[in-house]
Design a protein around this ligand. Structure first.
Ligand code: ATR
Length: 287
């Protein structure tokens, strides 16, 4: 029997991660000899952990907060998305020991949009709320997909402005603007795709879970609203969107598709995303 290969996620703190559930379910469904483990790796140990995983013949890595920039500087090569986004969330090891850093956050978001709505961002007016790593990944994909306009709004307006300029510099032809949250309700009226990348709505703290980055009344009826938050599946933002008749894409679809892209890079096989999405829903108690 083939020796089982270890796949792992490195983060700190890791808290609750659904990555082992997702990837172990994929290994089981496909009958492939992989086992996925979660490791809390302190920032001061990330280089040792990275080199150790290579030395021990791991099948690949997922990288999460706060290591996405450190790993970007440690790998031998970068995929185009990892280079543009300046951050790595997936590592592959080839048989000669070469390490490559990838970023599947953006493509995962784009595939979840296409899978669940049949739409693409081409010629659409898009708003991103938040200006961190997830926002950057989505903004890059929107620009590459030919969005008509990318509006980035963030609590700290300067970060939104900086991300908007970054996208225009990196992707020629992109049309962006940045700003704060002050007039977000009136600004939102103009948008066809609205993406939350902030932690508003996330389980853990009741006030945060009840919060939404955009009040229901401000959500345009025909919009598509997508959320990075996947626990709970039905966030306050997405509930508000549904109450307005807008279409919604939950964070589970995004999470599964960024994982599916990683899985394909590691194993060369397609993750059965419908089945895995249901397994993640079950594990979240939302089946
Ligand atoms: P990620 O890599 O997942 O995008 P991040 O880089 O920590 O995470 O970004 C978190 C985003 O959520 C930021 O845009 C943050 O806004 P600031 O730049 O002003 O910090 C946003 N965010 C976090 N808590 C928020 C809150 N209570 N209200 C509004 N925005 C919030």
């Amino acid at each position: 029997m083939a020796l089982e290969k270890t796949l792992a996620i490195f983060g700190y703190p890791l808290g609750h991660t659904m990555s082992p559930t997702m990837h172990n379910a994929a290994a089981e469904a496909l009958g492939l000899p992989y086992h996925f483990l979660a490791y809390e790796v302190r920032p001061e140990n990330i280089e040792a952990a990275f080199r150790g995983s290579l030395a021990m013949g791991f099948g690949g890595l997922c990288i999460t907060i706060p290591h996405k920039l450190a790993i970007h500087d440690l790998v031998d090569e970068l995929s185009e998305d990892a280079r543009i986004m300046g951050a790595v969330n997936v590592v592959t090891f080839d048989s000669g020991g070469k390490t490559t850093g990838h970023n599947t956050d953006g493509i995962g978001w784009l595939r979840s949009l296409e899978e669940e709505t049949g739409e693409t961002p081409r010629d659409k007016r898009c708003m991103i709320i938040g200006a961190g790593g997830a926002a950057r990944a989505v903004a890059v994909k929107l620009a590459q997909s030919g969005a008509a306009h990318i509006e980035i709004r963030n609590r700290t307006a300067e970060k939104a402005d900086a991300l908007a300029r970054f996208i225009e510099e990196k992707i020629p032809g992109a049309r962006t603007a940045g700003g704060g949250l002050g007039d977000i309700a009136s600004a939102a009226a103009d948008y066809e795709i609205i993406v939350n990348t902030t932690s508003q709505g996330m389980k853990g703290d009741p006030a945060r879970e009840a919060a939404t980055p955009l009040d229901a009344e401000a959500i345009p009826e025909g919009a598509i609203c997508t959320d990075a938050v996947y626990n709970p599946v039905d966030t306050t933002f997405l509930k508000g969107a549904k109450s307005r008749g807008a279409r919604t894409v939950s964070g589970v679809g995004w999470f599964v598709n960024q994982g599916a892209a990683a899985w394909e890079l590691w194993t060369g096989t397609k993750m059965p995303t419908d089945l895995i999405r249901n397994r993640v829903f079950e594990a979240l108690g939302a089946a």
